[in-house]
Design a protein around this ligand. Structure first.
Ligand SMILES: NC(=O)c1ccc[n+]([C@@H]2O[C@H](COP(=O)([O-])OP(=O)(O)OC[C@H]3O[C@@H](n4cnc5c(N)ncnc54)[C@H](OP(=O)(O)O)[C@@H]3O)[C@@H](O)[C@H]2O)c1
Length: 330
């Protein structure tokens, strides 16, 4: 259907699985990111690279992001980098005549008070301060989709993704999300015979997790289907408490010690679950990976690649701060 799909940020966590999915389906693609020498912060360079690759579709997996602590420490950079990259990528794609543009949005852009996340309520309230900067860039991405559709008839697809997990995730101290961090902690504690593993909060919050290969599958599927610009929730439609999740990871890793809940740390919202009716209706798609199988595959991948991805033997050695992307700030 497409002559070539550009995967912007194809070297990242989601991008890696998206490129595999495209290869599996025999769709020609090219992965483009910083390590290929292009900086999406620069509009002319971004336009040039898209023109060079003669693409007619684009999946935007580019991001400057990490877990909550990473976002707290880099909040201005998160706002700046993600806003500019997104604006540039869509404008560059429009200039070169891309026919379908996939926007990967995130469910942190839902209002802080929302419990069951429904697309029609996406705009119904302020975001939680911890995700205000990043979540706002996702809202802006959608507004850009709408504006480009109004003025240019530009075709975008907007998927709202929940937390993801799987191979190629971040597991390091600085950039990992909750599940990557949990896996790293249990694997380390198991290997070093540590008596306890500490988990933040009281373990009660319920969160939803999507296997990254399922997310990649729906990105490619939705790109081909082009269901219109309205945001569509992607997910499994049910969650698991942090306590049950920690115990599951503990069993899969084979860790014998105990879990200590640090109740001085905040819990966040009690529950965040995607309503996935629109996904089933408009995409006719559902995720296929069993949660336990997905966690097993992720633990296995982490064990095999740990030294390489952490670039160090221990977590302590891998806690170096991330260099600032804004000049004049160390
Ligand atoms: N991870 C999750 O759980 C999650 C959940 C919901 C939604 N999402 C969404 O999914 C998308 C992908 O997230 P991810 O977790 O896969 O991100 P990621 O692993 O951090 O990957 C980001 C990608 O962007 C590239 N990149 C960053 N800055 C760039 C720049 N200035 N110029 C060119 N390339 C640049 C990186 O390239 P280099 O490696 O070459 O620097 C990398 O390929 C994002 O839109 C995110 O909001 C993710």
């Amino acid at each position: 259907m497409f002559s070539r799909v550009v995967v912007a940020g194809g070297s990242g966590f989601l991008g890696t699985s998206v490129t595999k999915e495209l290869a599996k389906r025999g769709i020609p693609y090219v992965s483009v990111s910083r390590r290929d020498g292009v900086d999406f912060m620069n509009l002319e360079d971004t336009t040039e690279i898209l023109r060079e690759h003669e693409c007619d579709a684009l999946i935007n997996c580019a991001a400057f992001i990490g877990g909550l602590e990473f976002v707290r420490q880099h909040v201005a950079e998160v706002l700046f980098a993600n806003s500019i990259m997104s604006l540039n990528l869509m404008e560059a794609a429009r200039r070169v005549g891309v026919k379908a543009f996939m926007n990967t949005l995130a469910n942190c852009s839902y209002p802080a008070r929302a419990r069951e996340l429904k697309e029609d309520e996406w705009w119904d309230g302020p975001l939680h301060e911890s995700v205000l900067a990043y979540g706002s860039t996702k809202k802006t991405r959608w507004v850009q989709s709408w504006a480009y559709h109004q003025q240019f008839g530009f075709n975008t697809i907007n998927l709202l993704l929940p937390n993801m997990y799987g191979p190629h995730d971040y597991f390091d101290v600085v950039r990992s999300h909750a599940l990557g961090a949990l896996i790293r902690k249990f694997v380390e504690a198991h290997e070093h015979d540590e008596p306890t593993v500490e988990v933040w909060g009281d373990g009660s919050p319920i969160r939803e997790w999507l296997y990254v290969e399922d997310a990649a599958e729906v990105c490619v599927h939705a790109l081909e289907l082009s269901p219109g610009i309205e945001p569509i929730n992607i997910g499994i439609g049910r969650g698991i408490s942090i306590r049950d999740l920690a115990e599951l990871v503990q069993r899969i890793v084979g860790y014998q010690g105990s879990i200590v809940y640090d109740q001085s740390k905040p819990n966040g919202a009690p529950s965040k679950i995607m309503n996935v009716e629109r996904m089933r209706e408009r995409l006719g798609w559902s995720p296929r990976t069993d949660f336990k199988d997905g966690i097993r595959a992720t633990v296995e991948w982490y064990r095999q690649h740990r030294t390489k991805i952490l670039g160090a033997e221990t977590v302590e050695e891998n806690s170096q701060p991330y260099p600032s992307i804004l000049s004049g700030h160390e």
